[in-house]
Design a protein around this ligand. Structure first.
Ligand code: ARG
Length: 432
């Protein structure tokens, strides 16, 4: 007979390679807290409904709490023979309290158990991500307040386009993060569904109380359909989607700052504490932190694609394929949290070279749109104004001048509508 907790109908032991191949303990040990919390609520419910006695539930809960302490003190042994965290905890409970342990899995399957653990985990991690977003948003807001008068070229196609305030640049990222926060909170709302009681897929004939479990575990809703409850990984895909989108934003911020820190732009300098050196070139100061944020974005996208692809062809209901949701999820949580935690310090300590930003604004044709709009205000159709100013730019390039170097007489060669006030209103250059 097979020694597994499910070994009754088996005549042979599991092949060692199969044990190795099917085990998830290396990563799902991450879920120990959620698993124990879920089991304690389940045991209380079994006692409340009279399915087990109050004493039995008390023994089970005491055992589970001891196991939690063992895990947290590094006194717990893991082995691939026991497959996953659920089996490990149950087996250890047997060692501690004997046959009563066998009552815990009444009216429960690992299918609804693992679904429950994952819901609890995702909900909790979303809170951590949202805290990280709040801190980063605070940093961006502070920077935007400090740079309300700092001008910097704004770019489209990575060509100097129009002068902007650095404050608005930081606020752009602030707003992206605000939407990200909304997406994570929505994902949390959608993850707030309690699957336990679905058992393998078809519920149970035992008189369980799912509302009691829901309340014990702080969920606001219960899955209405038991097949859906064990088959659903939408909440994971939503978390991974929201994570991918926030990583797009963090990666674009990283890219901007990498460019700005080059000698070619020379708009910022990263603090030594947030830069790394080269092993061969003594002069180098590299933006590795930012490059890694940009690089790690790829793995977060990959994790989303893995789970989407893993799910798309699965027949209802639970399939073991779904065990493959864990590593991408855990990896994404770690990656997003680490990127969020490193950015505020990097942003706060970087040196902003206002003078170079201003010089870049002055050293360009970035005020061209201003001249076109000046003519529009005098009644010229925009398309025509655009062409006039285009000719002025072309003239300046030939003469090695900037638009602001043209005096009103020269400007009148392009349009008689130019008057002295074109200089007064030249906002692009009046900013100090
Ligand atoms: N380790 C499994 C997972 O992560 C737990 C559920 C196993 N269920 C089963 N019927 N084999 O999905």
């Amino acid at each position: 007979m097979n020694k597994k907790l499910w070994g009754g109908r088996f005549e042979k032991d599991t092949d060692a390679l199969v044990e190795e191949f099917t085990a998830s303990i290396d990563f799902d040990k991450n879920l120990y807290k959620e698993d124990i919390m879920g089991s304690m609520a389940h045991a209380r419910m079994l006692a409340k409904t009279g399915i087990i006695s109050k004493e039995e539930a008390a023994q089970i809960i005491k055992g589970l709490l001891e196991i939690k302490a063992e895990i947290e003190n590094g006194m717990f042994e893991y082995t691939v023979e026991l497959e996953d965290i659920h089996m490990h905890i149950e087996k250890r409970l047997f060692e501690k309290i004997g046959t009563v342990a066998g009552k815990l899995h009444t009216a429960r399957s690992r299918n609804d158990q693992v679904a429950l653990d994952m819901h609890l985990y995702v909900k909790e991690k979303i809170d951590d991500v949202v805290k990280g977003i709040d801190i980063l948003m605070g940093t961006l807001w502070e920077l935007s307040l400090q740079h309300q008068n700092t001008v910097v070229p704004g770019y489209t196609h990575l060509q100097r386009a129009q002068p902007i305030f650095l404050s608005d640049y930081f606020k752009a990222y602030y707003h992206m993060l605000r939407r990200d926060k909304g997406r994570f909170l929505k994902a949390k709302e959608n993850a707030d569904l309690m699957p336990l009681g679905a058992c393998a897929l078809a519920g149970t004939t035992l008189p369980i109380d799912r509302v009691f479990v829901k309340e014990q575990l702080g969920f606001s809703k219960i899955y209405e359909n038991t097949i859906d409850a064990v088959s659903d990984r939408d909440f994971i895909m939503e978390f991974l989607s929201a994570s991918s989108i926030i990583m797009v934003h963090l990666s674009r911020l990283a890219e901007d700052l990498i460019l700005w820190s080059t000698s070619e732009f020379n708009f910022i300098e990263l603090d030594d504490a947030y830069s790394t050196g080269s092993s061969i070139m003594p002069q180098k100061k590299n933006p590795d932190v930012l490059e890694l944020i940009r690089g790690k974005t790829g793995r977060v996208f990959g994790n989303l694609i893995s789970v989407l692809t893993m799910m798309k062809g699965l027949p209802l209901s639970y399939n073991r394929d779904m065990q493959e949701d864990k590593e991408p999820l855990f990896d994404t949580v770690d990656t997003v949290l680490s990127c969020l935690s490193v950015l505020p310090g990097l942003l706060k300590t970087m040196k902003i070279k206002k003078e170079n930003m201003k010089k870049a604004v002055e050293d360009s044709f970035i005020d061209a749109t201003y001249y076109a709009e000046y003519l529009v205000k005098k009644g010229v159709p925009f398309r025509h104004a655009h062409e006039v100013v285009g000719k002025m730019v072309s003239y300046c390039i030939k003469k090695n001048k900037k638009l602001r170097d043209l005096n009103v007489l020269e400007l009148k060669n392009f349009s008689s509508l130019f008057e002295e006030d074109v200089k007064d209103e030249n906002k692009g250059f009046s900013i100090k």
